[in-house]
Each structure stands twice: as structure tokens, then as C-alpha cells.
Design a protein around this ligand. Structure first.
Ligand SMILES: [Zn+2]
Length: 411
């Protein structure tokens, strides 16, 4: 039965190409930059979507997060419901907000006016995260138009504030409306992925950003014995820190790359001229650590390695974290939501989905910390946050079918 329905649904979704373009056009035109980034918030886009979904016959709830920086004093968090045969749910959570366009000169067309060029739909937000909004809405619309009742109740969440920390979005929902979600719900977050649609993100590394400040003594470059050269000391520290890979050598094949990474990145300017030995240097490490390791132990080891070099070069060392985010517990690669997505990806794209861990953070971490197994998945063009952001129309069609497959088959 679901197989026959799925064939009908696919045909239906194939007929929605123009609808998808039109919806992207409406969404792109409604600027939803959050107040943290100087924008008006998500109200206009949310009102448009609520209107549309109500017209389709869906019940839509709003769970507004108070925020007096925006007109109306709250940030919208919508949930649209399509009742199924059971109270168990399939969630698709997308976010309403977008990042600002950045340097306008880098855009080839107005970021807030949709431009269609072949298969590509250009505009701020088209990929991040209108892709999720459009695919989930169109998958639900196909069921509605064919009057199909899914086995599980479908819940489309359209949340605020993903780009600036989720305090007014998913974090708020979980803190204040936790009972919306149940541990046996299937939760899909279409907000990251890879270009062939095979990556199902289930885990994240812990993130640790460190600032290391080295103090020595500045002097004329012709008399190095009078100073303590902090650039040389910092350089030796960076080399000594290469040992971290051996100290924390575990590999976990779920992740890409499979090991923890410890990268020296930013270096602050020291002296402006060549003939002065610097007496102060500051550099930074970006560490992405497998969840198997405790960040406190990592910090301790880094400090010990750098301090030994500092002693040798007779400089002093100060180390402080700039960001420290322990990873959320991973979603099991065997979780029903992962299995449902793998089956759907195989059916629609003819490819094998692969549960994977990544180095960066996603909004799914909030679900995972709350004990809710969530999977992040979509087919991306990797243009999020960039100038000339676009999404591919054929990916919208394919991904809508994948979601519809999950909707019809998840028992
Ligand atoms: Zn996003």
C-alpha cells in the first residue's frame, strides 16, 4: 500500500516545480535576519508561512519566545500538524532566520530577490534553510492533495534564531515545551548534508577554541640576548603541539575525519617592524575533539606541552578558552530515524546513505542533549552563508520525495 502511494506522491511532487520556485521567491523576499545581526527577526516570514499552511487546512501552533528587541516583542516558533493514524510523530525542523548578505558587491543579483538560472535558485536563504522549509512543506502538500493519511502524525517545526544560538528557537522550545517531543518521535533536521544526499549527520565532535598568550621581552633585533623572543617561543610551541595527535590518537570511523584535530589558526599581529624582537605573541588553536575524550584533559595536556616550551625559552604563558562546547551524545547510527532516511534515500536517489559525525555544531545538538535522537540530513550545494547562495531545484524535488517516503513508511 505505501509503495503505490509513494509512486503517486512522487508524481505529485514532480508537478510542484513551479510551486517550489514561487515559494522560494516569497521566502527570499521576507528578510528574516535576527536582531543579533541587526535584522527585524522572523515575524514577517512566519506570518506568511502560517497563513499558507492554514489555507492548506493544517493546524498551526505558535510558541513565541519573548524578545523585546523585535517588533511584537517575540520570536515565532511555528509547528504545523498533519494528523496521522497514531500520535507518534515525524518531525521536520527547519529554521526561518537567515544570515545577512555580507558584502553586497560580491552578489551578482539582489540577495532578497529570487533569481532563477536553469536548475539554480539564487537568493539569501535559498539553501540555508529554505531548502528544509520548501521540501518539508511540499512533501506534506503532496499527501494533502492526494488525501493520504500518514501512519504517524507529521509535525513541521519552523523555528527562529538558529543562526545566532537558538536561545529564541529550538533551545526555547525544548526548555518550555519539552512535552511536544517524545523519545520515539522521528526527528529530521534538514540543515546540513553533502552534495549527493548520502550524509546523515548523527554526531558532532566537541569544540574547543583556545587563546595562548606568550609574554617575553621586546628588544632590538641586533641584540637578541637582551630580549625574550616570543615569536620563536610560540613557533616552538606550535611544533610541540603537533604531539597532540599522538596523545589523543583514538579514531572513530563515524567521523570525517576520523580523528580529533588540533589546528593552530589565528595569530595576532606583534611588532610592526622587522628590526624589533617581539615581546608578546598571541595565537589560537581550533580543536575538534572526538566525544570519547574529556575537554578538561585535553586542555590540561595542551597547557603542559606549551608550558614546557615556555620554560625552555624563559617566557610566560597564559592560556584561556574562547569557546568550549562539549559534544552532545550522538544519535545511534541504528536509530529508527536514520534507518528510515537510509531506506528513503536508497528508494529516491539509488544511493546508500551513510551515518556520519562532523566537526562542526548543528542545531540537532539541542535535541540530542534532551535525549531525543535527531538526524541532520539534506542534499546541499554548499553555498550556505555565501554570496550568491543558491539551491538546486532538482534537489528540492528529490529531497521532498525522500521526506515523503519517510512520512508514508515510518510506522
Ligand atoms: Zn541553517
Amino acid at each position: 500500500m505505501p509503495e503505490k502511494q509513494f509512486t503517486q506522491v512522487c508524481r505529485q511532487i514532480d508537478g510542484y516545480r513551479q510551486k517550489m520556485i514561487d515559494l522560494q521567491r516569497e521566502l527570499v523576499a521576507r528578510v528574516a535576519v535576527g536582531p543579533d545581526q541587526g535584522g527585524p527577526g522572523e515575524a514577517e516570514k512566519a506570518a506568511f508561512l502560517k497563513d499558507l499552511l492554514v489555507k492548506w487546512g493544517l493546524k498551526v501552533d505558535n510558541f513565541p519566545a519573548p524578545d523585546d528587541r523585535v517588533a511584537g516583542g517575540a520570536r515565532p516558533n511555528l509547528v504545523a500538524w498533519l494528523p496521522g493514524n497514531t500520535g507518534q510523530k515525524v518531525w521536520v525542523l527547519s529554521h526561518l532566520d537567515v544570515v545577512p548578505p555580507g558584502d553586497a558587491g560580491l552578489w551578482e543579483s539582489d540577495p532578497y530577490t529570487l533569481r532563477v538560472d536553469g536548475d539554480r535558485l539564487y537568493g539569501r536563504g535559498t539553501e540555508d534553510d529554505h531548502h528544509g522549509i520548501v521540501t518539508s512543506l511540499m512533501a506534506v502538500k503532496a499527501l494533502l492533495d492526494l488525501q493520504l493519511v500518514p501512519p504517524r502524525t507529521l509535525a513541521l517545526a519552523l523555528v527562529s534564531d538558529e543562526e545566532t544560538g537558538s536561545a529564541k528557537g529550538l533551545d526555547f522550545l525544548l526548555a518550555n515545551h519539552r512535552n511536544l517531543f517524545a523519545a520515539d518521535d522521528l526527528i529530521i533536521v534538514p540543515d546540513a548534508g553533502n552534495p549527493d544526499g548520502t550524509m546523515i549527520e548523527v554526531a558532532e565532535k566537541s569544540m574547543l577554541w583556545l587563546r595562548l598568550e606568550v609574554e617575553g621581552r621586546q628588544c632590538h633585533a641586533s641584540r637578541p640576548e637582551l630580549g625574550r623572543n616570543t615569536l620563536r617561543a610560540a613557533a616552538h610551541m606550535i611544533v610541540a603541539l603537533e604531539n597532540l595527535g599522538r596523545e589523543f590518537a583514538l579514531e572513530n570511523p563515524l567521523f570525517e575525519p576520523p580523528m580529533s584535530t588540533f589546528e593552530p589558526t589565528k595569530k595576532e599581529a606583534n611588532v610592526p617592524n622587522i628590526n624589533t624582537i617581539p615581546g608578546r605573541d598571541v595565537f589560537y588553536l581550533d580543536c575538534r575533539v572526538l566525544p570519547e575524550y574529556d575537554l578538561a584533559a585535553v586542555k590540561e595536556k595542551i597547557y603542559a606541552i606549551a608550558a614546557e616550551v615556555a620554560r625552555k625559552f624563559e617566557v610566560t604563558l597564559k592560556m584561556e578558552p574562547v569557546q568550549e562546547a562539549p559534544s552532545a551524545p550522538p544519535t545511534s547510527p541504528e536509530a529508527p530515524v536514520v534507518k528510515a532516511l537510509m531506506r528513503a534515500i536508497r528508494e529516491v536517489y539509488g544511493r546508500e546513505g551513510k551515518p556520519q559525525g562532523i566537526g562542526g555544531g548543528t542545531v540537532a545538538a539541542f535535541f540530542r542533549r534532551a535525549g531525543l535522537p535527531a538526524a541532520v540530513w539534506m542534499t546541499v550545494s554548499h553555498t550556505a552563508h555565501q554570496p550568491n547562495e543558491y539551491c538546486s531545484l532538482s534537489n528540492l524535488v528529490g529531497d521532498a520525495k525522500v521526506l515523503a517516503h519517510v512520512f508514508l513508511h515510518a510506522a
